[in-house]
Structure formats: structure tokens, C-alpha cells
Ligand binder design. Structure first.
Ligand SMILES: Nc1nc2c(ncn2[C@@H]2O[C@H](COP(=O)(O)OP(=O)(O)OP(=O)(O)O)[C@@H](O)[C@H]2O)c(=O)[nH]1
Ligand SMILES: [Mg+2]
Length: 207
């Protein structure tokens, strides 16, 4: 399905954002939840995004261009204490500036490790982004590490903190170890991109 995948650029300041207006699908969440791994697994290219078992791997906004039609934007993870306070502040500001500056963010994927309860920083992130009223999905990652009853508990945990999220609608499972969960996310992703395209056509209509 995805033919052409390429790393476009790393962005360290909003002045460096791409200017070609392709829609942007943003991956955010705590450090080490599997955002970068998702890119490689979901789009089927092994070493496209840099992955590490050490949290704090992604240090800039990384833009990946998919089929010349949209960007996937991999954000630095938050919540990792070993990254210095100054660096964390800089990332936080960069992320907020990015949400303010970009006019083409189409969809948010917020990753939460399915083994852990959502944390205050997840709620803070949600509150910051929900201001922009963008389509928003929560992805519970690494579900290969859980058994059936733990999976059910993980869903429940999310609804405790995020009551507006329903499994299959805007809450999904994902594992890089299995293709099982990919189709549902793919459907939502392409559905949202299609809707955004229609909206921008209406907005740009002459007269
Ligand atoms: N078992 C399992 N491991 C995973 C999965 N996804 C990611 N991992 C592992 O989790 C670790 C962190 O993955 P990354 O993709 O680098 O996480 P990240 O969210 O990009 O982290 P930062 O760049 O620090 O924000 C790596 O060791 C991955 O191999 C998954 O679905 N299942
Ligand atoms: Mg990363």
C-alpha cells in the first residue's frame, strides 16, 4: 500500500518546518512507548526511523514523507528524567510552537504503553493538543506483552482517564510484532486524510 517512504528532515525550530503544505500526521507520547518503531512497522520499512531501547532517542521533530502525499511527524518523547531539564524544556517548547505554527496537522496519534496506566504527562499532552480540536487517536502500544485479561484492563485504564475514547473508534491497540491491529488504524488514517483533502478543496474553491 505504501510505495514511497522517505526521511524528509529533522526540525529543531519552527522556522525549519516544511513549506509544501502536505498534511501532517503527528506521533506523540512519552519516551520509549514505541512511536518511532510504529513508523518502521506500520509503513513497512525496517530502518526508516531510529529506534532505541534507551528512552530519549528522538530529539527533534522528524518528518517522513509517505507516497508524496502526507508527512508522518515523529516527536521527541517526554517524561524521561535522564534527559537534562534544559533539553526537556527545549523539546516541550518546540512541540508547543509546532502545534501553534502548523496549519496542516490533520491527525494526532498519542501513544501510551499498554502495560502502564496513563500518567499526568499524558493528560497534560492531551489538554495542550485538544485546544486545537484536531482528530485525535490513542494507540495502546506493545500489546504483544499482554495477555487477554491484561488487554481488557489496559482499555479500562484508558477510559478512566480519557472517557471520550472508545475502543475501535478513537482508541486502538498496536504491536510491531503482529499485523493484527494495523488494518483498523490504517482505515482511520486514510479516512481522515481523505476528509482533510475534501475540506481543503471546499475551502479553496473560487467564489
Ligand atoms: N515488544 C515490543 N516492543 C516494542 C514495540 N514497539 C516498540 N518496542 C520497543 O520499545 C523500545 C522503544 O521504542 P522506540 O520506537 O524507540 O520508542 P519512542 O517512543 O520512539 O521513544 P523516544 O524516541 O525516546 O520518544 C525499543 O526497544 C523497541 O524495540 C512493540 O510493539 N512490542
Ligand atoms: Mg522515537
Amino acid at each position: 500500500m505504501h510505495k514511497e517512504l522517505l526521511f524528509k528532515k529533522s526540525v529543531y525550530a519552527v522556522s525549519e518546518l516544511p513549506t509544501d503544505s502536505l498534511p501532517e500526521v503527528v506521533l506523540c507520547g512519552r519516551s520509549n512507548v514505541g512511536k518511532s518503531s510504529f513508523i518502521n512497522s506500520f509503513f513497512g520499512k525496517k530502518n526508516l526511523a531510529k529506534v532505541s531501547s534507551d528512552p530519549g532517542k528522538t530529539r527533534s521533530l522528524n518528518f517522513y514523507e509517505i507516497d508524496k502525499s502526507f508527512y508522518v511527524v515523529d516527536l521527541p518523547g517526554f517524561g524521561y528524567a535522564k534527559i537534562g531539564l534544559e533539553e526537556r524544556k527545549r523539546w516541550g517548547k518546540l512541540i508547543e510552537d509546532y502545534f501553534k505554527a502548523s496549519k496542516v496537522i490533520t491527525l494526532i496519534f498519542h501513544f501510551i504503553d499498554s502495560r502502564h496506566e496513563p500518567m499526568q504527562s499524558d493528560i497534560d499532552l492531551y489538554n495542550m493538543i485538544s485546544f486545537y480540536q484536531l482528530p485525535y487517536f490513542i494507540i495502546l502500544s506493545k500489546v504483544d506483552k499482554l495477555n487477554q485479561s491484561q488487554l481488557a484492563a489496559a482499555k479500562k485504564n484508558v477510559s478512566k482517564y480519557f472517557p471520550d475514547f472508545n475502543f475501535g473508534a478513537n482508541l486502538f491497540f498496536y504491536s510491531t510484532m503482529s499485523g493484527r491491529w494495523k488494518r483498523d488504524i490504517e482505515k482511520q488514517l486514510y479516512g481522515q486524510l481523505e476528509q482533510a483533502k475534501l475540506k481543503s478543496k471546499v475551502a479553496n474553491k473560487p467564489g
